[in-house]
Design a protein around this ligand. Structure first.
Ligand code: 5GP
Ligand code: ZN
Length: 151
């Protein structure tokens, strides 16, 4: 989709809104998150307006991951404090998406950085193998909807 005037990330892409850019190619752009979870937290976004994961095609989705890997490596090789890296993508409001121009977070991590993922109370209870098999089958079927491999 073309750039959307009401989208903050499209405004960054068009130069209307200021950002600190790291990287840009024909498919994606990367810039610093304005409210970093950890120092060095950056974002990778498609150059077209794509609101969700479903709007990305394979080439674009794959490219976002390739660039995320390179930027994770750059973080590790830079002077930024980093003992590890998290890649994070929120798809949909229930998943915590707040900007509806799909984006991949690259977050430097180190012991004591204060960033914690809150696990649900049910975490730690292992489902039966039967249940895991049932879910696996459900998803396997969903990937082959209409006899075609889902893309
Ligand atoms: P989400 O919650 O959708 O996964 O993440 C949205 C991210 O975009 C947040 O980490 C937030 O700090 C960042 N963000 C929101 N508005 C702006 C902005 O105007 N400029 C930049 N650089 N980042 C933004
Ligand atoms: Zn946009």
């Amino acid at each position: 989709m073309p750039l959307q005037p009401s989208c903050i990330f499209c405004q960054i892409l068009s130069g209307e809104v200021e950002a600190s850019f790291i990287y840009r190619d024909e498919l994606v752009t990367s810039f610093m998150d304005i409210r970093p979870l950890v120092r060095g937290h950056l974002l990778i976004i498609p150059n077209d307006h794509c609101s969700s994961l479903a709007d990305l095609n394979d080439a674009l989705g794959g490219h976002m991951f390739i660039i995320a890997r390179r930027l994770a490596q750059a973080i590790r090789q830079s002077k930024l404090r980093s003992e590890g890296v998290n890649l994070f993508l929120a798809d949909g409001p229930a998943a915590g998406q707040t900007v509806f121009h799909s984006h991949l977070h690259v977050i430097p991590r180190f012991a004591g950085d204060g960033f914690k993922i809150h696990f649900p109370a049910s975490y730690g209870t292992r489902p039966s193998r039967n249940e895991l098999n049932e879910i696996a089958e459900l998803l396997q079927k969903a990937m082959h909807l209409n006899g075609k491999f889902y893309r």
